[in-house]
Design a protein around this ligand. Sequence first.
Ligand SMILES: Nc1ncnc2c1ncn2[C@@H]1O[C@H](COP(=O)(O)OP(=O)(O)OP(=O)(O)O)[C@@H](O)[C@H]1O
Ligand SMILES: [Mg+2]
Length: 364
Amino acid sequence: MYIETVKLENFRNYSCCEVKLKPHLNVFRGSNAQGKTNFLESIYLSSIGKSPKTTKEKELILWGKDRAKISIKIKKQYHEQTIETILNTNINKSIKINGLNIRKIGDLIGEMPIVYFSPEEIGLIKEGPADRRRFMDIDISQINKSYFYLLCRYEKVLSQRNKLLKESKNFDILKETIDLWDEQLADIASKIIYYRLEFIEKIKTPAKEVHLNITANKEVLEVAYQGIRLKNQKEIYEKLLSYYRSSLRKDFDFGYTTIGPHRDDIEITINGIDVRNFGSQGQQRLATLSLKVAELVLFEKVLGEKPILLLDDVLSELDVKRCKNFLNEIKDYQTILTTTKFSRNLDEESAIFNVKNAIIEEKV
Ligand SMILES: Nc1ncnc2c1ncn2[C@@H]1O[C@H](COP(=O)(O)OP(=O)(O)OP(=O)(O)O)[C@@H](O)[C@H]1O
Ligand SMILES: [Mg+2]
């Protein structure tokens, strides 16, 4: 799958722009504050249904205007598809696939799968576990819609359990009433954990191989799920229930649920050393890139279509050799990459676009 055209009207700093993309590498090159990241954001929004940067959709509309539109034409293996997103200042956005309005974001997710990486995503390694969970959650949702709906239900049931914990005055009464919530929560949570374990299991070997290739066999990358690691969903369910029971006193004192998938993490090591705490900037960045490449491979296997890779200014910290090896790993996937400078030779299915003050021109 690849994007053929992107058309923007009143989106961020673009008043009107149409770009025809190439099936392989598309380099968006330009000085700071010209509109490179904004362009990627429009694609992300069309795929995930929300911006990676803001929850305030008004911010996405060109200042002084009240309506913005993004139209994306995609070429899939057997058919073409259009995704249109219309943003308004005072009503909720609407999204159309092939001209038909979708009712919920779940209908959009997975239609145009993307793998996205921006400097903020380095948080995946460096920052708290919340970023690493977000990485898993967005990406598993794209290949497994029921996972997306499980997450929505989990949030609801979790907040109801937390409300009960916070509002209960008497521990003994709480003990009697919380069982029903615990069973519901454990049921959803065990499925989430099961899918996450399966996801990590599937990306860990390709990530390790890609990382070895890029680092010329110098670095062994290992990833593992940090949480309950049982193979069977029923066992995870039982374990969670027993945890809820044994930590109820603590949960009651804190006023929220202290265990479960909303607290889990991913362990990432290079040559046995925890990259989260001890990796260099370049190592952290490359570890994340290797995970992203592993996802490309997994998405393709599961969906039968190649996903699109969006890279916002991420090559600057890689040395020349690693950068070249990395570009070689992703050469078969449509990649849209932003950078302030780029001067490599490209194949004919690739192109460099100069971005200047919201005007995009292909370099010829
Ligand atoms: N709603 C909006 N309307 C008009 N302009 C906007 C809007 N939102 C953001 N901008 C402007 O768009 C400009 C370009 O932003 P963008 O993040 O795309 O730059 P960039 O080319 O990625 O730069 P850098 O190389 O620094 O990352 C910014 O100067 C910002 O002020
Ligand atoms: Mg930028």
